[in-house]
Design a protein around this ligand. Structure first.
Ligand code: ADP
Ligand code: MG
Ligand code: MG
Length: 252
């Protein structure tokens, strides 16, 4: 069983002039395979910074603390190595990959992560199955990654990656933003399918409580001013829905 351990993580964003602006002020969090953790917080509280730091985005500088996956120092790994180690990040704003089809992209990612190409015969079926479950047109596989994708298509594509790549730890940054209710349901069902395998730990980052009606978190962490200011079970999400973030803002 895999465990992601974040200890006293401190991160600054690198500004264009080379200065560092501190964002994360000491984050402690442990996510185990089979667990779903919701990180909830207002805009600008540093949620995406946390996700990008774990994934290894060069814009962020780690100034203190540690991140380990099954005891391995994640912060020492390249972005590729992190993916191969089993970390997956679904970004808040997915990027276009011109000239690369969804089918090729997924096959390349699968090959990189497994260390060998998937068997052609079984792979085609797996790809088709993942697309059917997400109610996607088979023609989607031939389109270029994220080029002209609607918000819903971008998120479905990410859940497809999740289902096919089977990461140890999946970080979903505002996967719910911009989704209509049908897309939200399809995407949530996809997450829940992967969740049921018990082999993936989820870090579900969200501003709104809406997605948590479809994906019930085991743990909820309130994130304000670059750190966790309150923790609890699913009932904490209900409290936030009723009361908002206001009373937590003074704790940062
Ligand atoms: P969230 O995802 O919770 O909305 P972010 O992690 O995106 O928060 O941002 C946290 C803080 O870091 C915000 O105050 C934001 O303005 C600041 N920030 C993030 N990226 C940059 C950047 N490139 N330059 C300056 N400030 C940044
Ligand atoms: Mg934001
Ligand atoms: Mg964000």
């Amino acid at each position: 069983m895999s465990t992601l351990e974040i200890r006293d993580l401190q991160v600054s964003v690198k500004l264009p002039e080379g200065e560092l602006k501190p964002i994360l002020a000491g984050v402690d969090l442990t996510v185990k395979a089979g667990e779903t953790h919701a990180i909830m917080g207002p805009n600008g509280s540093g949620k995406s910074t946390l996700a990008y730091s774990i994934a290894g985005h060069p814009k962020y500088e780690i100034t203190g603390g540690s991140v380990t996956l099954d005891g391995v120092d994640v912060l020492e790994l390249s972005v590729d190595e992190r993916a191969r180690a089993g970390l997956f990040l679904a970004m808040q704003y997915p990027v276009e990959v011109p000239g690369v089809s969804v089918a090729n992209f997924l096959r390349t990612a699968k090959t990189a992560i497994d260390g060998e190409a998937p068997k052609l015969r079984t792979w085609a079926g797996e790809l088709r199955g993942a697309m059917e479950k997400l109610q996607m047109d088979p023609a989607f596989a031939q389109r270029n990654v994220n080029e002209g994708f609607s918000g819903g298509e971008k998120k479905r594509h990410e859940i497809m990656q999740l289902e096919l790549l089977k990461p140890k730890i999946a970080i979903l940054d505002e996967t719910d933003s911009g989704l209509d209710i049908d897309a939200l349901r399809v995407v949530s069902e996809g997450v829940n399918r992967v969740r049921e395998t018990g082999e993936t730990g989820f870090l579900l980052i969200t501003h709104y409580t809406r997605i948590l009606r479809y994906i019930k978190p085991d743990f909820v962490h309130v994130f304000v001013g670059g750190k966790i200011v309150e923790e609890g079970g699913p009932e904490l999400a209900e409290r936030l829905e009723a009361e908002g973030y206001e009373k937590f803002l003074t704790r940062a």
